[in-house]
Design a protein around this ligand. Structure first.
Ligand code: ZN
Length: 93
């Protein structure tokens, strides 16, 4: 298993198992994110999908989740993207 210098936890750890995403983002994830952080994101993504009722059948839903992933894994700085804080501000019905 190859090791990566993870940009999120700033440790040298095992790279992500398998290929989570195709294309450029998949390559970036494999080069910059460790398997530990990837698993954390996986857990977080389930919370986001449930709390925000994200439909992965829609392009919009997939884009939303991809944006959240980039923010969570520090692949992008939140400038004009809308970040959600799942722990801090859960939506109230
Ligand atoms: Zn990491």
């Amino acid at each position: 298993m190859a090791k990566v210098n993870c940009i999120r936890c700033e440790k040298t750890q095992e790279e992500i198992e398998g290929t989570p995403y195709g294309g450029k983002i998949g390559q970036t994830l494999q080069e910059k994110i460790c398997n530990v952080c990837w698993k954390e994101w996986y857990e977080q993504s389930i919370k986001i999908i449930n709390e925000y009722h994200v439909s992965l059948r829609d392009q919009k839903g997939r884009d939303f989740l991809a944006t959240q992933m980039k923010l969570f894994l520090k692949l992008e700085t939140p400038e004009d993207e809308t970040a959600v804080q799942v722990e801090d501000t859960p939506p109230k019905p």
